[in-house]
Design a protein around this ligand. Sequence first.
Ligand code: KIV
Ligand code: NA
Length: 261
Amino acid sequence: TGPEKVAALARRKASGPPLTMLTAYDYPTARLFDDAGVDMLLVGDSLGMVVLGFPDTTHVTMDHMLHHVAAVARAKPRALVIGDLSIGTYPDPETALANARRLVAAGAEAVKLEGGVRQAAKVRAIVEAGIPVCGHLGMLPQRVLEEGGYKKKGKTPEQSAAILEGARALEQAGAFAIVLESVVPSAAEWITSQIGIPTIGIGSGEHTCDGEVAVATDLIGTFPWFVPPFAKPEANLAPQITAAAAAYCRRVQSVPISHPG
Ligand code: KIV
Ligand code: NA
């Protein structure tokens, strides 16, 4: 049902309402977010940072992704389940397609990969095999080491034009949507107006794209050690989790051990 869901989502560029995407990495979160009516559940490679404790997404492997895509898929969400192709898993069209097929076998209904013009042939190969592909432009976390940090994109007309060129290449290759990450809001708005497939923004301003994506832990406040400046938390669960564990420790320890030592 991936392609059917994708067709309905793509129509929303024209008709609205704006598209909603949240990351999920496990079964309960997928079920809870799906119950909330979110359109898409992204098993993002942000997994590496906010669940697995790595410093960035460059440590994430295909095996990590398969394990968590399968967990999310077991929730049988109504939402479209998208799995990220992690770093190094799409060096050429053949390998990209083989790994996309593995994500689908694990339960993904679509895949996402980072980059524009250079990825077009890979996107085409995956799409022609019947697997929907979401693109990802702007700040590309898999390149954070080369870039030396998380930087805003589309600051100059030249940069914006380069992102648009990538977006057009992805659209022509058959991508059904494109995540725009950390793109200057005016550039995100302009790129969105210039292409026929939906854009999904993160850190690219509010209401500048055809939809938005948020990282689950940023939304619910379960990764308090790093919260991106653009995050808009709707809950702050970290203190409640610590408090629950502390209450448990107090309860267990409230009565001294009674057996004879
Ligand atoms: O891995 C991820 O969470 C992502 C989103 C930020 C779009 O790619
Ligand atoms: Na990602």
